[in-house]
Design a protein. Structure first.
Length: 213
């Protein structure tokens, strides 16, 4: 279970500062959709330049124009980029093709997808599937991702949306490959300490899960 730190609603400088504070405990830095929208693709290249040895995910949330958007991300240094699962399958396939051509990865964001759409997406086993509770749902309905969705263990999957140490502690069943954490670290008074505490909880969870396997 890798930790992906979502860097959202920050300036590029603030994002680099927080990423540097948490770096030791993080596997993947996510350049949040808000950074890409506010500052552009340069936010991806700035993060990659600052952390050349870290995996960088561009949370592009592509819905159309996939070849153009994914090439922009990969040429800027992203190792992974996201596409919305509600997009036409032609868009999903274009993202997967662009990722394969650049030897990069696609994350399919399952936000608001129906069961039928998920069933159509799961054959794309080269993708990482992200079970995501949106910021608006979190803020308007007080919900967060409880990690209760079940996935075929042969799929690569991630969880996102208001994840905290408590939600990781209460996870039951198979663990996701990636846990995406944003505000619980970026909004903490001491991001480094928050990242360390979350990483310890994750390590304990992994040990428990191996013990029960
Ligand atoms: O995609 C996102 C927002 O659309 C964020 O990456 C995701 O929600 C994680 O951040 P947080 O832990 O603050 O919810």
């Amino acid at each position: 279970m890798k930790i992906q730190l979502a860097l959202d609603r920050l300036s590029i400088e603030e994002a680099i500062k927080i990423a540097g504070q948490a770096e030791k405990f993080i596997d993947i830095f996510e350049v949040g959709t808000s950074l890409i929208k506010e500052y552009g693709i340069v936010s991806i290249s700035r993060l990659k330049e600052a952390f050349p040895d870290k995996l960088i995910l561009a949370d592009m949330k592509t819905m159309d124009n996939a070849i153009y958007e994914f090439q922009l991300c990969f040429e800027a240094g992203a190792d992974m980029a996201t596409v919305m699962g509600v997009s036409p399958l032609q868009t999903i396939e274009t993202c997967l093709e662009a990722a394969a051509e650049h030897q990069k990865k696609t994350m399919i964001d399952l936000l608001n997808t129906s069961e039928e759409q998920r069933t159509a997406l799961f054959p794309y086993t080269e993708a990482i599937f992200c079970d995501h509770v949106s910021k608006d749902v979190q803020e308007k309905s007080g919900l967060h991702n409880t990690a209760s969705a079940t996935f075929d263990p042969s799929l690569q999957w991630a969880i996102a949306g208001g994840i905290t140490g408590e939600s990781i502690q209460t996870m039951a069943g198979p663990l996701p490959d990636i846990v995406v954490i944003g505000s619980a670290i970026t909004k903490a008074p001491q991001p480094e300490k928050a990242a360390e505490a979350l990483s310890e909880i994750i390590e304990r969870k992994k040990a428990e899960s191996h013990g029960s396997a």
